[in-house]
Design a protein around this ligand. Sequence first.
Ligand SMILES: O=C(O)C1=C[C@@H](OP(=O)(O)O)[C@@H](O)[C@H](O)C1
Ligand SMILES: C=C(OP(=O)(O)O)C(=O)O
Length: 434
Amino acid sequence: MSAMRGAASPEYGGTASVPGDKSIAHRALILAALAQGTSRISRLPSGEDVASTRKAVEALGATVEADGDDWLVTGCEWTSPPGDIDCGNSGTSARLLMGAAAGFEGLKATFVGDESLSRRPMRRVIDPLSRMGASFDGGDTLPITLTGATLGGIDFLQPVASAQVKTAILLAGLRSSGPVRVVEPFASRDHSEVMLAQFGVEGSVEEIVDGHAVSLGDARALTATDVIVSGDPSSAAFLFAGAAITGGTVTVTDLNVNATRTGFLEALDAMGCTVEFANPRDWAGEPVADVTVSRTRTLQPIEWHRDKVPATIDELPLLAIVAAFADGESLLEGLGELRVKESDRLGAVIAGLAANGVSVFPDGDDLRVLGRGAVRGGGRIMVGHDHRIAMAFLTMGLGTKQAITVDDITPIATSFPDFVEVMRSLGANLEDAL
Ligand SMILES: O=C(O)C1=C[C@@H](OP(=O)(O)O)[C@@H](O)[C@H](O)C1
Ligand SMILES: C=C(OP(=O)(O)O)C(=O)O
């Protein structure tokens, strides 16, 4: 364990870049590993979660080679791996790989993960993939052994919006000839839909009475293509939150600004920050821009309703923290999914805010945060294998009266290995602690 303290940073601000988007990176590796030909992936992030997917597709038969800073991935018919597929801390790796592998008849693979991932629910992918024809041995959590089969189609109504479940079904559907449709109550991140189109797969989306429907078309064969991975909005959120909390100005270059991921920027804008997009462009079908956030006036409280949850799913702990610095009471609704992330993020946020002198009022899946402008701080946070909880509370410490200590920064390497260096380059006061 390695503890660190986030402390008052009055000079915080500047320009930085963040690692490539984790969601796009997982998808690029998996689609390239399924495609005919060799795909070049540029700006693949170096975090541990993406490395888990990279090693997994190699174990399933794809050829993966480094070429300078790029990766060359040649797809193939997937076969049983020589050992367990270790997904480490990464829910996206486990769920997407199970979906992608499910349609290879006779393939047998055991998926394992670390202590945190081994607690996370897998029934949400096992059920639809079983309905399509795959079989699973094990319980509702890893380790789980999948046996692939010739799959049928599915028309699946998801009870909660989840891009991982949607994507697992779409990936399985690539090897099914039947109709495949997934309906979610609200649209979750659409990187799979965007990237499948880049690899030549036909699909369609429509808004229906039950929600947002995504269907595969008839053309489901993948042809290799090149992917440049744009910057991760969920990593950039910490840099921007630092600006909102300290009153600084931060620009993040080459950032993914897909509308299914910009919820945190929308929230900061609604709270009174200035959010500016410059130099708009397109990388691999995804919108990219240089984004600047600054705060010049008092932060306003916010009401964040459940339809906004998918576009901020990984930023919600941070949003609750920013709300603590606002002038008034904020309401964040529909946070239930946070309980089944790398840790119980809802519990961690409630405990962490309270430990730093913030009044929080949980009510089922909803949370009220009473902002009083200034925040005491001084708390010690147990991060419980959760990279985002570690980064969120270190960021909070930049604006509190007393420093905030997190007990373990090692999980940060799963998504943002250079977090401490990047934040220090912006003037963040992050110090080693006991
Ligand atoms: O599809 C993805 O890449 C992801 C989807 C989200 O999970 P859910 O699908 O469980 O909401 C998100 O929390 C996760 O970090 C990445
Ligand atoms: C929830 C996350 O990732 P995963 O589900 O892939 O572990 C995350 O990175 O915040």
